[in-house]
Design a protein around this ligand. Structure first.
Ligand SMILES: Cc1cc2nc3c(=O)[nH]c(=O)nc-3n(C[C@H](O)[C@H](O)[C@H](O)COP(=O)(O)OP(=O)(O)OC[C@H]3O[C@@H](n4cnc5c(N)ncnc54)[C@H](O)[C@@H]3O)c2cc1C
Ligand code: FES
Length: 328
């Protein structure tokens, strides 16, 4: 059977039941992948028409329109002639997923309820700026957290908001100590930095969503990108602001970076008041031609996605891995 691959326009001969990712790799079609097990979302493709079966059981959250049929190539088998679209073939990232042991090197308070966690992995873990990993502290304490630094750094850093009565964050607050070991599994996620374009970038971070945004902006600086970057950091109240020194250092390294701090509750500190999406709405009449990275809680990501679509950002240029609670 035939698989037509867009936008390349290539046609592949594929056996019935063949794994789609394997078929694309065999034909040397550039396609991103990492975990090969349906967890990371990096191999996401669009089915334009035809027959592709997906294995079930994985709830993948994305920002795509409902009528688009998104599939994970590593979990899909070809069962008939079909046409699929591989996203951004010039922006392929391949970081084979790994599980590495790591040792806690630092724990510190960034705010009244945000904890910095720094770890030294036993082996380097490559990832793209903006991605996340699953941290396993014990077999009963496992959660995803976003990398706040870039892969070139020897140590990895995470920013964890302590959720009242949260199972894993309570463990991090009360039990985890410097010198303890954990397992890091990843990298995961599709909201990684796209480096091969000159488009202006809008980053919207809510709370600890600043972690992946710091990684994204650091990554842009390290990659020598000169794209203008507007960074909106939304917090609930002024006491939730952190990372000001890091943001100042990034602004010094990237002249095109402009940072806006927005607090939902008033309370001084010279911050704008309101929801972060309201500030974006006030500041931009038209965002056609922009790319946007949305990092934080699902309600903020949903509200920002709706707003950006209204302002003309293409859906394929809105990148988000919302911080969904795991519930397990
Ligand atoms: C892709 C991804 C990346 C993530 N990156 C980060 C990160 O960089 N930093 C970070 O702090 N978190 C991040 N998270 C969230 C993190 O994985 C956990 O969900 C969070 O730390 C709570 O875990 P817990 O076990 O303490 O809470 P749970 O025991 O799972 O939850 C306890 C209660 O709190 C609620 N709850 C859970 N999370 C939140 C929240 N964020 N706000 C309000 N209520 C909540 C739950 O619904 C539940 O009622 C990320 C999640 C995803 C999916
Ligand atoms: S490589 Fe397919 S979901 Fe991770």
């Amino acid at each position: 059977m035939k698989v037509h691959v867009m936008p390349q326009g290539q046609q592949l001969d594929v056996r019935y039941g063949e794994n789609l990712l394997t078929a694309l790799q065999a034909a040397q079609i550039p396609v991103s992948y990492s975990c090969m097990s349906g967890r990371c979302g990096t191999c996401r493709c669009k089915v334009l028409e035809g027959d592709v079966d997906e294995s079930t059981g994985y709830a993948f959250h994305n920002v795509a329109q409902a009528h688009e049929r998104q599939i994970l190539a590593c979990q899909a088998t070809v069962t008939g002639d079909c046409t699929i679209e591989v996203p951004e073939p010039d922006e392929v990232v391949v970081h084979p997923a790994k599980i590495v042991k790591a040792t806690v090197t630092a724990l510190a308070d960034l705010t009244h309820d945000i904890r910095l966690l720094r770890v030294l992995p036993a082996k380097p873990l490559t990832f793209s700026p903006g991605q996340y990993a699953t941290l396993q502290f014990t077999p009963d304490h496992i959660r995803p957290y976003s990398m706040a630094r870039i892969a070139a750094d020897t140590e990895m850093e995470f920013h964890v908001r302590l959720v009242p009565d949260g199972r894993v964050t309570s463990y991090i607050r009360d039990t985890l100590r410097v010198g303890d070991t954990l397992r890091i599994s990843g990298p995961l996620g599709t909201s990684y930095l796209r480096t091969r374009n000159a488009d202006p970038i809008l980053c919207i971070a809510g709370g600890t969503g600043l972690a992946p945004v710091l990684s994204l902006v650091r990554g842009a600086v390290e990659a020598g990108m000169t794209n203008p970057i507007r960074l909106y950091f939304g917090v609930r109240s002024p006491r939730d602001v952190y990372g000001i020194e890091w943001l100042k250092a990034l602004a010094a390294a990237h002249p095109g970076l402009h940072v806006e701090l927005v607090s939902t509750l008033p309370g001084g500190g010279g911050l704008r008041t309101g929801h972060v999406t309201e500030a974006v709405n006030e500041d931009f009449a038209d965002l056609r031609g922009w790319r946007s990275y949305l990092c934080g809680a699902p309600p903020m990501v949903d509200a920002a996605t709706t707003l950006l679509r209204q302002k003309g950002v293409l859906p394929e240029h809105i990148y988000a891995d919302a911080f969904f609670a795991s519930g397990t």
